[in-house]
Design a protein around this ligand. Structure first.
Ligand code: BTN
Length: 255
């Protein structure tokens, strides 16, 4: 059950008006983000989804484990009316949509990794292409195990709950959550989601390491600012972190 991806099932489950209304399904591609870029002439909300990626990409030049049938590999093509609201905020909104769709005890590791039991279950790669924004989402769904390099930091829904999941149903839930959030975000910006983001955050109140230009600063994450930055208390001085990797010391070791 839940082995073969069915676009028909996805279309039946998806209840959105714009986001994911058009679906480009590929049994295999290099990266759904690449295809979305190549086809960025298509309309706002087009969903690209693959059963397997041969060159799945993560942030900071890393690769993304994309074995056939195990995970969700998808990208949304977006044409925002104005690109000024920093696309990093769009990524935070996507993280909320993914956490809602994954459900259970899914939390967000700032800025946009979704974790279950302190391990990463979902990653988001947002890229600009001309006037378009491409939001790529990878969710580990039915993976039974991971390569040894990532096995201590990655998890899947199968590993957490000992059962297989319907990828189509998770995608449909994600599309619905994303559509609702994107609509509100376009009107009101990130600040209306700040409380929910903070509630979902795994960082707040914990020690973090800010890694920037190979330098590490240790502190305690205390808040998320109105524009989505991480506020970190470093020996009584409050730093507002916009970019760079943040690691949770002691529970989650990937850099
Ligand atoms: C990360 O956490 O490093 C981001 C991972 C993003 C992976 C997804 S899978 C679908 C889309 N296509 C890609 O090549 N990458 C994103």
């Amino acid at each position: 059950m839940f082995n073969r991806f069915s676009v028909r099932r996805l279309k039946k489950l998806a209840k959105t008006n714009i986001i994911g209304k058009d679906i480009i399904y590929m049994p295999v591609c290099v990266s759904t983000n690449n295809v979305a870029k190549e086809l960025s002439r298509l309309g706002h909300g087009t969903l690209f989804v693959a059963d397997k990626q041969t060159g799945g990409r993560g942030r900071s030049g890393r690769s993304w484990e994309s074995k056939k049938g195990d995970g969700i590999y998808m990208s949304l093509l977006l044409k925002p009316d104005n690109l000024t609201p920093d696309i990093s905020q769009l990524t935070l909104i996507t993280a909320i949509a993914a956490a809602r769709a994954i459900g259970g005890d899914a939390k967000i590791k700032w800025p946009n990794d979704i974790v279950l039991s302190s391990r990463k279950v979902c990653g988001i790669l947002t890229e600009l292409s001309g006037d378009s924004v491409i939001v790529g989402v990878g969710i580990n769904v039915n993976n039974k195990k991971f390569p040894k390099e990532i096995k201590d930091i990655a998890t899947s829904l199968y590993i957490e709950h000992s059962r297989r999941y319907s990828r189509e149903s998770i995608i449909a839930d994600f599309l619905h959550e994303f559509e609702v959030l994107y609509d509100e975000f376009s009107k009101s910006g990130f600040s209306v989601f700040r409380a929910e983001y903070k509630k979902l955050s795994v960082n707040i109140g914990r020690e973090v390491r800010i890694i920037k230009n190979n330098e590490e600063i240790a502190g305690t994450a205390t808040d998320i600012s109105r524009d989505g930055k991480l506020v970190v208390d470093v020996n009584g001085e409050f730093l507002t972190v916009q970019s760079g990797e943040v690691s949770i010391r002691g529970m989650y070791g990937y850099a």
